[in-house]
Design a protein around this ligand. Sequence first.
Ligand code: PEP
Ligand code: MG
Length: 589
Amino acid sequence: MSFIRLRGVGVSPGIGMGEIALTERALFTSAKERVASSRVDEEVRRFKKAVERTRNELLHLKQEVKEKMGEEHAFIFDAHLLILEDQSLLSAIERIVGQEKVRAEWALTQVNKKYQELFDSIADDYFRQRKSDVSDVLARIYGNLELKRKKRLDSNNSKKLILIAHDLLPSEAAMTLSVGNVLAVAMDMGGSTSHTAILARSLNIPAVVGLHNVTQQVKRGDYLIVDGTDGEVIINPPPVVKKEFQSKKEKYEHYYRELKKTARLQSVTQDQVKFYTLANIELPEEVGMAFSFGAEGIGLFRSEFIYLQSETLPTEADHYSVYSRIAKAAYPAPVYIRTVDIGGDKSLPQLKIEKEPNPALGLRAIRLSLANQDVFKVQLRAILRASSLKNVRILIPMVTEVEEIFEFKLLFEEVKLELERERVKFDKQIQTGVMIEVPAAAAITDILAKEVDFLSIGTNDLIQYYLAVDRTNEFVSYLYKPLHPSVLRLIKFIIQAALREGKDVTVCGEMAAHPLSALILLGFGLRKFSMNPIFIPRVKNTLRSVELRTVEKIVEEALSLNTAQDIEEHVIEKILAKHPKAFLLGQVM
Ligand code: PEP
Ligand code: MG
């Protein structure tokens, strides 16, 4: 048994060790098999039967997952059932069978290829990964063309195993990971925002993806270590390596228990100042996990993913189904739904956006929404309808000038009037806020604050635009410094201007997720921190360990220093001198 170490992308932390289980899945065909003209109708009927079987299978799986994991995880099957309703998709397959006189297997393969190419042309990574939903449904239909007994992933097997797959279909991921006998996941394909990654994180199953060929390197009976923290997979480790990882595993499990304990504690500083930890999420399935990590609400729901559920633009029902699901799952805690932030480099084929020479400075987010008001109204109607529980707030991204708020309000009022005429219930007092992520908006925080109910600072974009450093460009990443004195001065200015206007202010960029920068934000007067749920315990631990008065003094001193490095060193040294346990769960910057 050979000992092999593979590097991939760790997408769900922790360590799993054990024997492997390999998944089997429907593969598309490379053989263009023809049928006689007289058999074409029969072939179409065979395809339609497979679609029907797929529908029944999805309904059954949905019920099973709902019982085992709860309503929010069964949502993926609704999305898949919707794809199955897409007449343009199904008739494209029937057309190929009829026109080219080929077997349905070939037609399905062609249509799948076309969709994959379409999704691949989208620059945004998160969007690209949603293509697997369409592929998932098509693969299921493919598997149902032949009536052979399908092998289910060892769901009746009580033995705990490491799951190895080329690429898990989202529905397969929901089904297999929910069974409770998966120790860890290792996949050839995938990225950090894939469904499998999100599910694995929310179920606390270690996972490494993007391993390229792990399925070819292993065979039944092999023993594996999957290190989801460092993105490593080890096949047939010698005893000494096994021992090393056993102790790493125990350390991580201890750390995880500490995180969970901290998650349940109150969000107050040593001198009893209340602060709030909120969650940034991208899928409705994440709500449960967010609360289990100590979220006191959903501070940012990035609505972009809804646009990827189908080839056409999402309908009001598509939007509503997602928003109402989140609002119900989080109730009575607040949910801040951000209107779509696409355009620029995150293009959408459905909208036929022109290619722009400088997309980061182009028709993005609210600019794009205001330029496509009919599309925007569909989203606004759905958000309003989901607000009837009164815990929904609406957040506008990338605002540059106050005129955009005026224009938004006109449209919003129009939509509200329409709903009133239709006697549809919604929250008439729904709160509206804007993201501060363009430096020009930061400078007029007072003007914008007067027009809205709350502000949310998107430090990821704000830093990129303020420092003129592309947030995704590795060549200039050394300049992307959240603790740059100019960034800190600007953020202090925004927070204090918002507070002077008596408006609520949150930070929902990465700065809220790092204990050190969160401390500085606390010192500036911030009380609402929204972040990836997994980081809530460590931020909570830090803010709970300190005394606001001390932090304010240290932060004030730090602002007189000249460089990001001096600031970082000063804050760490002074905080640790006074509160030695402040960074117990990590202090990463
Ligand atoms: C931000 O810019 O800080 C933000 C939260 O928005 P996004 O990361 O989605 O651009
Ligand atoms: Mg942003």
